[in-house]
Design a binder for this molecule. Structure first.
Ligand code: AHG
Ligand code: MN
Ligand code: MN
Ligand code: MN
Length: 326
């Protein structure tokens, strides 16, 4: 019989000497994702569709579900004694939790907000960092390679929970009894791909190295890459990363020339770092087009970053081209 998430976590913790407190935090996150999934499934019937009428610190209009998912995660995690503090895409500052907590949880409560109202896949992304001592913003500014765990929930045709505790990537599917059951383990991202994901409507704003890369991908079989590429764009990072985990591909959200102070659209702490740990644990690569995302020393909670992640051959090609251009 397929293994439940809670049974898996117990066994995995024993096999890899993982602290019980961390497992407890993972169980809290999974339970919150089930509760969010229940609301997502009901849509209009649960009154979760539409604008919240407020803006977040990112300068985005919040959807009702951005706020609801954020509140649900905060209250569940604050009640977990192992959590010292939280940081969220939807909160201006960090949120304190429990003084003796050994972990910090950073999250994008609802990823793919533009898809909420049109019934397209959305998700929740989380990152867990170790913590000791006094809590301040500086406590959260740890490089992605310090993460002890990360993962995401995907609210798609099925609700999935995907996690890594730095010993492989595991995929769980929510069953009819509202229990996550393991459906894949040790996912491996194919090294080469013929599928890329980028918001092409921003093409004119990209820097020249990214313009050149995409132009080369579009040349097809006759071009320098020698392959006919296909393109996908869901506009939910969770869905793009999951597709790449399942069948390979490369996802890009580059910085562009419109606002030089912004290093891209996606957030290092809530989106890029947790997804980079998942991708690296699955044998893929993840860079900001110049260096490994997991090696970046963060300078701010809401810091943005360019993202190139997925199949290693394509990520290497795109990154090398950017490095050569300077
Ligand atoms: P969020 O909904 O958490 O603000 O994140 C949305 C992000 C990401 O999921 C996706 O890759 C990207 O924004 C979509 O951006 P476009 O609007 O450029 O398609
Ligand atoms: Mn947002
Ligand atoms: Mn997001
Ligand atoms: Mn979000």
């Amino acid at each position: 019989m397929a293994q439940t998430l809670s049974a898996f976590l117990q066994e995995h913790a024993a096999a890899h000497h993982i602290d019980a407190g961390l497992i407890d935090v993972m169980n809290t996150l999974a339970a919150s994702c089930v509760a969010i999934s229940d609301k997502v499934r009901l849509g209009d019937l649960a009154g979760i569709i539409g604008e919240a009428g407020s803006d977040n610190v990112q300068g985005e209009h919040q959807k009702k579900l951005d706020v609801i998912a954020n509140d649900m995660l905060i209250s569940a995690l604050q009640n977990n004694p192992h959590v010292a503090g939280l940081a969220s895409e939807e909160e201006d500052e960090f949120v304190a939790a429990n003084q003796d907590g050994q972990y910090l949880v950073l999250f994008d409560p609802l990823d793919g907000s533009s898809n909420i109202d049109v019934n397209i896949s959305i998700g929740t992304i989380f990152s867990i960092l170790p913590h000791q001592g006094e809590l301040s913003t500086a406590s959260f500014l740890q490089a992605g390679n310090q993460q002890v765990a990360s993962g995401y929930a995907l609210y798609g045709p099925q609700t999935l929970f995907v996690l890594t505790l730095r010993h492989g990537v595991f995929v769980f599917t929510l069953n009819a009894d509202e229990e996550f059951v393991m459906t894949r383990e040790h996912n491996h991202i194919a090294a080469a791909t013929k599928e890329f994901a980028i918001n092409m409507s921003n093409q004119r704003h990209w820097q020249s190295a990214m313009q050149d890369c995409i132009a080369e991908l579009l040349q097809g079989k006759e071009g320098v890459r020698g392959k006919d590429y296909n393109m996908r764009w869901v506009a939910s990072m969770v869905a793009e990363v999951h597709r790449i985990l399942m069948r390979g591909g490369v996802f890009m959200y580059p910085k562009d020339k419109r606002d030089p102070s912004k290093a891209g659209k996606l957030r290092l702490m809530y989106e890029a770092n947790p997804m980079s740990l998942i991708v690296s644990q699955a044998g893929g690569l993840s860079t900001n087009a110049h260096q490994a995302i997991l090696d970046i020393q963060p300078e701010g909670l809401h810091q943005r970053v360019s993202v190139v992640l997925g199949s290693s051959e394509e990520v290497t090609y795109i990154t090398d081209k950017h490095i050569a251009t300077g």
